[in-house]
Design a protein around this ligand. Structure first.
Ligand SMILES: Cc1cc2nc3c(=O)[nH]c(=O)nc-3n(C[C@H](O)[C@H](O)[C@H](O)COP(=O)(O)OP(=O)(O)OC[C@H]3O[C@@H](n4cnc5c(N)ncnc54)[C@H](O)[C@@H]3O)c2cc1C
Length: 344
């Protein structure tokens, strides 16, 4: 059976890996980080547990729901019952969309990262291994990591990383020039917005609200999302403490990528207090995550690209092709792996 290398162990890469492994392929994932999950990320710091990337996963199709709730079910799976409300640039807070709030908002008491960790079980994953370039040889694919070490020989290659990073990787690689040019052209319109996540821990706990989170509906506020993160589960914050998690809008994030953490925390804490009209004390804890490639601003179709590259033994999947949602990335990983299987 063919051997497959997958670059990236986010939900898309993990879903592709299981689909290929189920079909009998020998799969190796290469992941630049120490842990799996990509933007489905959780930290445990200062007594708090928080998801500094994606906030929750929606059910998606019956397939993705079955993967989350049955095949990779974790005992601490939960549905965030409280709704998401909206706010405008001028700070008006209103009830959110009823249909959207009726959908399950799935997460885990111990953090969203539980899902990719569960999916990683039974897979071969080379962590702390960033692939910088690949080469197509007569005997298959050769991958080169950050230390120049090569990893051989794979019949097939799946690239699951955000499209600007995929483009840079392809540019530095040795491929058939026609294929290389076609990929570069196809990926060129794709772009991502940056996002700074700001975590603010408070003691005592901020006031309880009728909602779990607020989303900016008119894109006219520096904050795009504000969550009462401790509402996800009691153990996510120390007793009588709470964690407010603000995701900053693209313009603010772009302007402050290089700003000091102290400045960002000070500015955002003030903006949060003004938005929710609550006198908050100094945060007892803070943390910041700068996502350079947070959510696709411009996606590109996977289908026409993969139609060209799959016969060559190369496939692309991930949220760059379907939009910035976990269930979509997972479903796309399954679909693209099935297309690869159908061809090889
Ligand atoms: C702040 C934030 C909030 C979000 N909120 C939500 C939400 O509430 N609900 C929702 O559904 N979605 C949300 N999303 C979007 C969701 O997280 C993504 O759509 C999804 O995680 C994409 O999965 P993926 O597998 O395509 O990519 P990723 O999760 O980015 O996985 C790609 C993996 O590739 C690795 N990698 C990159 N380059 C290399 C390389 N050269 N070599 C080896 N490995 C490499 C990365 O480390 C990463 O693990 C949010 C995203 C962010 C950033």
């Amino acid at each position: 059976m063919p051997t497959v290398a997958i670059i990236g162990a986010g939900l898309s890469g993990l879903a592709a890996a299981h689909t290929l492994q189920d079909a009998g392929y020998t799969v190796t994932l290469f992941e630049k980080s120490h842990s799996v999950g990509g933007r489905a990320a959780t930290r445990k710091r200062g007594g708090f547990i928080y998801d500094h990337g994606a906030q929750y996963i929606k059910e998606g199709t019956p397939t993705s729901l079955a993967w989350i709730t049955q095949r990779f079910r974790a005992p601490d799976l939960l549905d965030i019952k409280k709704p998401v409300w909206t706010f405008t640039g001028s700070g008006t807070i209103q009830e959110g969309d009823q249909d959207q709030n009726a959908e399950q908002k799935l997460n885990y008491r111990s953090g969203l990262n539980t899902l990719p960790k569960k999916m990683a079980e039974g897979l071969t994953i080379r962590s702390d291994t960033r692939i910088d370039r690949v080469q197509r040889t007569n005997s298959g694919w050769q991958l080169f990591d950050q230390s120049g070490q090569s990893h051989t020989n794979f019949d097939l290659l799946v690239i699951t990383i955000p499209s600007p990073q995929a483009r840079a990787l392809i540019q530095d690689s040795m491929l058939d020039p026609g294929v290389q040019q076609a990929i570069m052209q196809h990926l060129s319109p794709a772009s991502y917005n940056p996002l700074i996540s700001v975590m603010l821990g408070y003691h005592p706990r901020p006031q309880t609200r009728p909602y779990y989170a607020l989303v900016n509906s008119d894109k006219k506020h520096a904050i795009s999302w504000l969550a009462w993160e401790h509402e996800k589960a009691e153990e996510r914050a120390p007793a009588n403490s709470g964690l407010l998690l603000a995701q900053m809008a693209p313009d603010y994030s772009r302007e402050h990528m290089e700003s000091s953490d102290a400045l960002i925390v000070q500015q955002v804490a003030q903006q949060v207090a003004t938005l929710i009209q609550e006198e908050l004390p100094e945060p007892v804890f803070s943390d910041i995550q700068c996502w350079h490639y947070a959510l696709p601003a411009q996606k590109v179709g996977a289908e026409p690209l993969n139609q060209q590259t799959i016969p060559y033994g190369l496939a692309f999947c991930g949220d760059a092709f379907v939009g910035g949602r976990l269930h979509l990335a997972l479903e796309n990983g399954i679909t693209v792996a099935q297309q690869l299987i159908a061809h090889h």
